[in-house]
Design a protein around this ligand. Structure first.
Ligand code: PAF
Length: 273
């Protein structure tokens, strides 16, 4: 595995590589969910690039930018064992200049749900993902469905900017107790972790009701909110695949999303049905 620090070094290494390239962008603190993305990329490409970059522009004032878990050695080992060919580890100064041209997430779809609770977050995500895709120029890039709104906005950006990359959505990976894997789970105390399980339980409850024939989203939302009590719920909503709220679930076209704050940790989860 080659470890490259600058965009120029990575570009130079990839320029002489002739096969297909799969790319997994991350912010580090890698877990089994990232490993699954890497393995999916590994199975479909001749080389795999992973980037580890805690992107400052997607954190809001007062968020956990400085406290965000950084685990350089453990991450390197995970990448090495998973068969990563190129690990890209840039500094902020390598990725951002003083005068920046940046991308904005679209007003409506970018600012519903997480966009409302974290204004500016998705513009930061799109800006850095655009930069990373330009540096790596991969054939395919891999993103988890857990960050469903991020995934949708990246697909929109790739289409709007006529970018030459296939975005591959990957299933959410869960711990045995059902909690969706996230680098932020390390912030949870044992007590908070057991409270956080209300999130997958609420999604499971809604899915079960849908399977029993309850398609009215208002009723499903009420049921989810009851399971989520007493968590601080940012949203528990049911949308179509274009992220518009819907009155009735249409199987095969719907996403049920929850964001809740547990202790001081904001956790996201969703189910695609
Ligand atoms: O999902 C993430 O880890 C980040 O938002 C991403 C896509 C690596 C951009 O910084």
């Amino acid at each position: 595995m080659e470890i490259l620090k600058t965009p120029a070094a990575l570009k130079a290494a990839l320029e002489i590589f002739k096969g297909s390239v799969g790319f997994v962008p991350t912010m580090g603190a890698l877990h089994i969910g990232h490993k699954a993305l890497i393995e999916t990329a590994r199975s479909a490409n001749d080389a795999v690039v992973v980037s580890i970059f805690v992107n400052p522009t997607q954190f809001l004032e007062g968020e956990d930018l400085n406290a965000y878990p950084r685990r350089k050695e453990a991450d390197e080992k995970i990448c090495e064992l998973a068969g990563v060919d190129y690990l890209f580890y840039p500094d902020v100064a390598d990725m951002y200049g003083r005068d920046e041209v940046s991308l904005s997430a679209p007003d409506v779809r970018g600012y519903i749900l997480e966009g409302t609770s974290r204004p500016g977050h998705f513009s930061g995500v799109l800006t850095v993902v655009n930069k990373l895709l330009n540096i790596v120029n991969p054939d395919r890039a891999y993103f988890g469905k857990k960050d469903a709104q991020q995934l949708m906005l990246i697909e929109t950006m790739v289409s709007n900017l006529f970018m030459n990359v296939e975005i591959v959505p990957c299933e959410t990976v869960r711990d045995d107790d059902g909690l969706a894997l996230s680098s932020r789970n390390v912030y949870l105390s044992a007590q908070e972790r057991s409270e956080a399980l209300k999130i997958p339980r609420a999604l499971k409850r809604a899915t079960k009701l849908v399977m029993q024939g309850e398609l009215e989203t208002g009723r499903l939302q009420t049921e989810m909110l009851a399971v989520l009590e007493p968590l601080e719920v940012e949203y528990a909503v049911i949308v179509n695949r274009a992220f518009a709220p819907v009155e009735y679930v249409e199987i095969g076209h719907t996403i049920i999303l929850v964001e809740a704050v547990v202790g001081t940790t904001r956790l996201l989860d969703n189910i695609w049905i």
